[in-house]
Design a protein. Structure first.
Length: 368
């Protein structure tokens, strides 16, 4: 874990909006506690910060003596009466949502990955200027903002605009006329095709491809037989909003015409396929190995489980949920939860499986 330095208990109290539950046990010693890295609960040590938000991890408490433990209100009294060493040695911070606190604290502590400060061999930035590795190829009229860092062997085509404090790790390619906003991070070997637009604070992990051709072919027939597949050239682009994160080796295809649009706050896992002209609305979440076929759409803060497939032109409503490995062949209404192949309302799905189980049991009983 790359960290920015030691963090005090007071810092964590501010970040989490929490309180020190065992202040009377620690006394003045609380002021001397400092941590440097988030860690798993089991085996955590004095310079670690650990999190306890589920009874699933209760067996890890006996070996944990972190400098700071962040937990929820429901766990305070059990910890106090447990007799565990951490109650007397660790700063136990209680907050409303320790899982959310883990997300906030991890972002505060592990910032070096986002600043690119450790990228080797780049030229040092001036207070106003960027740091561009000498092996980087810059096209004509490229605009690079203040504090940008560009690592080795990147290629930036003509007329690209890169916003302030954005980081490009080694091996990234940015195509003609692309726009990248401020405070974004492109990890190694990310490919951005021409005319793609990225917002602010976008994170694209290694191997992501934004703006490749969609999968579109028109059948060429002789009589009633298909004899060839005529490529449909995609002349649109991809537009991605602010605060979007896309996992490693995921792909977002450009539109046939117009734009494939990824709205702000969307989160996409590894190995996800987003087809041409797909529209992902604000805050949608797509888990690993899911796929959205061309011109489908996912509503605001909807969830698509791992391995799920969304058929062409299907719409997933706002705050709907699609279970893992489901095949969605028709629209899902807002707030609905569906599962299965083909998908059904989740209650109906489990009723059908219960009926099948009873029928099988009765059939086996009849044969015995």
């Amino acid at each position: 874990m790359i960290v920015t330095g030691m963090v005090s208990v007071d810092d964590i109290l501010v970040w989490t909006g929490g309180r020190l539950a065992n202040a009377s046990e620690l006394g003045a010693a609380a002021g001397a506690i400092a941590v440097s890295s988030p860690a798993r609960l089991r085996g955590s040590k004095e310079h670690d910060i650990a999190f306890f938000f589920s009874t699933s991890f209760k067996d890890e408490l006996s070996s944990a003596v972190p400098g700071v433990l962040v937990t929820g209100e429901a766990f305070v009294k059990p910890l106090e009466s447990s007799g565990l060493p951490l109650w007397k040695k660790s700063a136990v911070i209680v907050c409303a949502d320790p899982y959310l606190a883990m997300a906030v604290v991890s972002g505060k502590i592990a910032t070096a990955l986002s600043t690119g400060a450790h990228i080797p061999g780049e030229s040092a930035p001036s207070p106003q200027g960027p740091a561009v590795h000498p092996s980087t190829v810059l096209g004509a009229s490229v605009s690079v903002g203040e504090g940008v860092r560009i690592g080795p062997n990147c290629v930036i085509e003509a007329h690209v605009r890169i916003g302030a404090r954005t980081v490009l790790y080694p091996g990234c390619y940015v195509g003609l006329n692309a726009i990248i906003g401020q405070d974004s991070v492109l990890f190694p070997n990310v490919t951005i095709y021409e005319n793609v637009e990225l917002g602010n604070r976008v994170r694209l992990h290694a191997g992501v491809v934004i703006g490749a051709d969609g999968f579109g072919y028109a059948p060429v027939r002789e009589g009633d037989q298909v004899v060839n597949h005529q490529k449909i050239y995609h002349v649109g682009n991809v537009v991605i909003g602010d605060d979007v994160e896309i996992g490693a080796n995921s792909c977002v295809d450009r539109a046939t015409f117009g734009s494939t649009h990824i709205a702000s706050k969307v989160k996409i896992d590894n190995l996800v396929q987003i087809g041409h002209n797909v529209q992902l609305e604000e805050g949608a979440v797509l888990c690993g190995c899911s796929a959205c076929a061309g011109s489908s759409s996912v509503g605001k803060f909807a969830y698509v489980g791992g391995g799920a497939g969304i058929a062409n032109q299907v719409h997933i409503g706002d705050r709907a949920n699609v279970g893992a490995f489901s095949l969605v062949t028709k629209d899902v209404t807002p707030g609905e939860t569906v599962i299965g192949n083909p998908m059904r309302d989740y209650k109906e799905y489990f009723r059908v499986h219960a009926m099948l189980s009873r029928l099988l049991a009765e059939r086996k009983k009849g044969r015995s």
